[in-house]
Design a binder for this molecule. Sequence first.
Ligand code: ATP
Ligand code: MG
Length: 250
Amino acid sequence: MSIKIKVENLDLFYGENQALKNINLDIEKNKVTALIGPSGCGKSTFLRTLNRMNDLIENISIKGKVEVDGEDIYKSDDVIKLRTKVGMVFQKPNLFPMSIYDNVAYGPKIHGIKDKKTLDKIVEESLKGAAIWDEVKDRLKTSALGLSGGQQQRVCIARTIAMKPEVILMDEPTSALDPISTLKVEELIQNIKNDYTIVIVTHNMQQAARISDKTVFFLNGDLVEVNDTNVIFTNPKDKRTEDYITGRFG
Ligand SMILES: Nc1ncnc2c1ncn2[C@@H]1O[C@H](COP(=O)(O)OP(=O)(O)OP(=O)(O)O)[C@@H](O)[C@H]1O
Ligand SMILES: [Mg+2]
């Protein structure tokens, strides 16, 4: 077991309002970690601290430490490099109004890759990695916005993979998808997890149970409990975790 991300004594305030309270967490490399908890407990806020997506919010203050591969990400100025290493997939597919090909090639192009053959290869490998290649290979030059929501979300994952990240953060990536697309995205997560460290926020307990190795339960800005997923769902140590997973609140 090796630790990819280490969070120590992390506090986060929006103005006066404390959204994260002294969070300590080790996130293991090449595992899927699920973040669960009721609405407003700080899951998205926490996820965004892992690649500094909160940086631009006004009146925010962050204390404590987040280390990726042993480096304190808040001590480095290279946020672009950080976000390349720690990619993110959002709740709603957010493709650009351009072709499928150009969406996936966009990041690598910005990073200076111009050679067409190299780009073709990255696009194909990324779409294959995101389990969407067969569905789109004959329409790569058509608008990405013509795809279904579930297809768009997998192209979003392909776009993230194209940047060759080491960590992928996902904030409720399937909440806007139908059950079949959800299953496809879940399968895809299972298939790629050996190559990436994945942190996923989900409101769907079955999903957390199906796809994650570790589960973290948040409540009111506190990290209440973290353990192997099967332990959290069968034998939680904290009464509040038990109440939540058995549907007594939240
Ligand atoms: N940009 C912001 N400015 C001020 N307060 C915020 C901001 N974003 C979130 N908050 C507050 O921080 C707390 C945690 O919000 P967060 O979005 O992290 O919760 P969440 O667990 O992701 O909820 P949900 O399950 O509904 O997505 C909430 O009280 C929320 O109102
Ligand atoms: Mg959220």
